[in-house]
Design a protein around this ligand. Structure first.
Ligand code: ARG
Length: 467
């Protein structure tokens, strides 16, 4: 951590008025956040420009000083963007690094920027702006993932595969229907993201340290300039609230859980034993010792990133728990959790979108598996109810006997001769074979939201229009 430290012992130039000496080295190390909050530089400068503009508009600072401040801040922005800015750990954080550089660039006018504000509302503003942008990016990325699934669902609206419960073959479904299950999951994530943007769309700047300010500021003006719907309504809550960060992490954790379930399915489907999908070379790796292997590393890492995101959520909930109002320095620990989770989530969504788009679906393998494991047993029971008038419970029992017989003969239900079936129940006719195929089974499940290709196509059309 020694890289950006310069070794002087003078007191802090921003708040050191009452301090005789500078901080202990350990104090400086535990106190500084510049190592990670420099990520907020663009938001910090944008916020300061809006604040200075409002101060001048309200006659709190002169137009001349405002112009100097804005010009200086823009210079700093390009310095940081081009890598020509020296961050100092002694200056603690991004706010004071920017302000100190502003003083060097424009002189005493820089000292007027911090009128009617505190780092408490400043950091709340910067971080909210950052999280808002990240949520907007997440929304777009989820839309890309949903689009990938919609395309695969359309392509495979008729491809049959086994549907599972307990990871045991249950009933035949279509691969398109299975893809659409993920569209529903990521669609819910996306609406959570949209709601979170609405929740956080309030501007904190002007809450000052915690009590508001005596200067005649216009918080509606800064809110508007920064693209917020309105200013926050309680200055104490404003500087002590990190719900927006916790909401981001909660959403990331839920989306991560969905991504991890998908990752797990891809890991299973791509085993030679299942063979339902083949991952593209772009999203798999080989083994250094076993030449035959193709490993689903990207899927496995997505599964693991979920653990990291969950950790960040629990960390921030724990950091905030029990903090008295309003601001406490504990809250400085909020950023690394959110930055890390955001990076993990972005990577996970991008990797999954690529995998879903690229993977080759082995429809022959899926179809063969769909027919095994007596997956059409329910169809036989339903036929007995419909055609032979049996109560469902009796039909269930008769079908169970047919399954046991097929199992003892080592064949599928559809391979049992009619005489065998009639020995179990005399009302069974050769018409029963029409429902024992997997295609007939899926086509019959036309209930709203069911697996029939016609239904799946309706749901695809719904999501394409919904966007
Ligand atoms: N670096 C600080 C943070 O991230 C900025 C706010 C500091 N405020 C203060 N009163 N010390 O929370």
């Amino acid at each position: 951590m020694a890289d950006d430290t310069t070794d002087t012992k003078s007191s802090n130039q921003m708040w050191g008025g009452r301090f005789a000496s500078g901080p202990d080295a350990i104090m400086e190390e535990i106190n500084a956040s510049i190592g990670f909050d420099k990520k907020l530089f663009a938001q910090d400068i944008r916020g300061s420009i809006a604040h200075a503009t409002m101060l001048a508009h309200q006659g709190i600072i002169s137009a001349e000083d405002k112009d100097k401040i804005v010009h200086g801040l823009n210079t700093i922005l390009s310095e940081i963007e081009s890598g020509n800015f020296e961050f100092s750990r002694q200056l603690e954080d991004i706010h004071m690094n920017v302000e100190a550089r502003l003083a060097t660039l424009i002189g005493p006018a820089a000292g007027r920027l911090h009128t009617a504000r505190s780092r408490n509302d400043q950091v709340a503003l910067d971080f909210r702006l950052w999280v808002k942008e990240e949520l907007q990016k997440t929304e777009q990325m989820l839309t890309g993932l949903i689009a990938a699934f919609l395309d695969r669902a359309e392509e495979h609206a008729e491809s049959v595969m086994p549907g599972f419960t307990h990871l045991q073959t249950a009933q035949p479904v279509t691969f398109g229907h299975h893809c659409m299950a993920y569209v529903e999951m990521f669609g819910r994530d996306r609406s959570r993201v949209r709601h979170a943007i609405e929740h956080l769309d309030e501007s904190p700047i002007g809450a000052a340290a915690l009590a508001g300010t005596g200067y005649p500021i216009d918080r509606h003006m800064t809110a508007k300039a920064l693209g917020f719907r309105e200013p926050t309504r309680n200055s104490i809550d404003t500087v002590s609230d990190r719900d927006f960060a916790i909401e981001f992490l909660s959403i990331a954790a839920i989306a991560g859980m969905h991504l991890s379930r998908l990752a797990e399915e891809i890991v299973i489907w791509s085993t030679p034993q299942f063979g339902f999908v083949r991952l593209s070379d772009a999203f798999s790796t080989g083994s250094s010792i076993m030449p035959q292997k193709k490993n689903p590393d990207a899927a496995e890492l997505v599964r693991a990133k979920t653990g990291r995101i969950n950790g960040s959520l629990v960390a921030l909930l724990t950091i905030m728990k029990g903090l008295p109002l309003a601001y406490s320095k504990d809250m400085q620990e909020d950023k690394e959790q959110v930055f890390d989770a955001a990076e993990s989530l972005e990577l996970a969504i991008a990797a999954m979108t690529g995998m879903v788009r690229d993977m080759t679906v082995n429809t022959a393998r899926m179809k063969a598996a769909a027919g095994s494991g007596y997956s059409t047993a329910t169809d036989l029971a339903d036929w007995l109810v419909r055609e032979a008038g049996l109560p469902f419970r009796d039909a269930h029992h008769v079908t169970g006997r047919a399954v046991a017989l097929a199992e003892s003969k080592g064949c599928d239900l559809a391979e049992l001769p009619l005489s065998d079936l009639q020995a179990i129940h005399p009302d069974i006719t050769d018409k029963v074979y029409d429902v024992l195929t997997v295609e007939a089974s899926v086509a019959s499940r036309k209930s709203f939201g069911g697996t029939a290709p016609s239904e799946v196509r309706k749901q695809i059309a719904f999501w394409r229009a919904r966007n």
